[in-house]
Design a protein around this ligand. Structure first.
Ligand code: SF4
Length: 351
């Protein structure tokens, strides 16, 4: 059955006409789905009962409800575990920054990239998420914000990062449909410049994305500065070697003018030494790029530990001194934190 929330506006018009309704019904329906982010047809008050019955019998409507919600007492960060219609689970996070509210969403159930430091990849990829399932993570968190709102001002999620479970470029078609809908001025109208897509380095897809010139920020999960080390941490590196990945990232910057973001999980004794500083300088010096250092979150299935904060700061300063634009990512929701993928693994076993 078609998932109505996964259809672009143009596809929705066709769908509605195919159901014997006038095209303006598509506009109304799209607004209910993507502006008001309603969770059921019943709430769509200006649609006729017969149309709603037809919709219910011919189309599914992805609607997520939180199975688990953990809220940080420190900074209000909320971590969600959503149950999908086939009972699989996905994780999403809502973060409050001084520049706005950011949703971090998943793009797949599990992940087949197998990065050694990541809990999400341990069980492999189960399936791709539909565009509607990616959207609904944002919409469900928005409904949560609305339920809590005080005063008249509507809470707005204005930044989206696709950095949860999954490799977004491994679910490329659905990712593009998701981007079409979330940025549509008939829906949430989110600025594409406020969207970050992270990738472990699927080279052909980076080129495709660059050629589309969408203007989103691309974040490369780098995590090592030599091919040898990267292969040990990230199996995908044997398919797409580091020099090819870096070339593809340069092309992305050239085509889009968007500064590349490089993500680097700091792991004590593995990639935080002086030779790693030198390697990073070799890769990034002179580039218009931003390097994000992320002291790793230990996961029980692996032996990796983060360096202490002083060692992380030293690492940062050595790079900074040499002109690299580098930050250590602030840990949001430290009191509820678990590594990405941990929440799902924990509850998949339990439920
Ligand atoms: S880090 Fe990202 S790409 Fe690698 S296994 Fe985890 S979810 Fe997949």
């Amino acid at each position: 059955m078609i998932d109505i929330r996964s259809l672009t506006y143009e596809e929705l018009i066709e769908q509605v006409i195919g159901m014997g309704e006038k095209p303006y019904r598509a506009r109304q329906l799209y607004e209910w789905l993507h502006v008001h982010t309603k969770a059921s047809y019943d709430e769509m008050t200006n649609l006729s009962r017969s149309f709603k019955e037809k919709l219910a019998s011919e189309c599914e409507m992805t609607t997520l409800r939180a199975e688990v919600r953990q809220r940080s007492k420190e900074d209000g960060t909320c971590k969600y575990l959503f149950r999908l219609s086939d009972n699989h689970m996905v994780e999403s996070v809502l973060m409050r920054h001084d520049y706005g509210i950011t949703a971090c969403i998943s793009s797949q159930v599990g992940c087949r990239m197998g990065c050694r430091f990541c809990a999400s990849g341990i069980g492999g990829r189960i399936r791709n998420l539909l565009p509607g399932e990616m959207l609904e993570q944002i919409y469900a968190m928005r409904r949560d914000l609305l339920a809590e709102k005080k005063g008249d001002e509507e809470p707005r999620i204005d930044h989206v990062v696709i950095m949860g479970t999954g490799e977004p470029l491994d679910n490329f078609k659905n990712l593009l449909t998701f981007l079409n809908i979330i940025t549509s001025d008939r829906g949430q109208n989110l600025s594409i410049r406020n969207i970050t897509v992270s990738t472990c380095g699927i080279v052909p897809r980076i080129y495709e994305l660059a050629d589309l010139k969408l203007g989103l920020t691309l974040a490369l999960s780098l995590h090592a500065s030599s091919q040898e080390k990267r292969e040990k941490l990230m199996p995908i590196a044997s398919t797409y070697p580091l020099d090819e990945v870096m070339e593809a990232c340069d092309y992305y910057f050239e085509m889009t003018g968007r500064r590349m973001s490089y993500e680097y999980s700091l792991i004590a004794g593995v990639n935080d030494g002086d030779e790693d500083v030198d390697g990073l300088l070799g890769l990034l010096a002179g580039k218009n790029a931003h390097l994000n250092l992320i002291p790793i979150n230990p996961i029980s299935e692996r032996d990796y530990e983060p360096p202490d904060m002083k060692a992380a700061r030293d690492f940062q300063h050595k790079l900074e001194k040499n002109g690299i634009n580098v930050t250590i990512r602030r840990s949001m929701g430290a009191d509820i934190d678990g590594a990405c993928g941990q929440l799902r693994r924990h509850y998949d076993v339990k439920l």
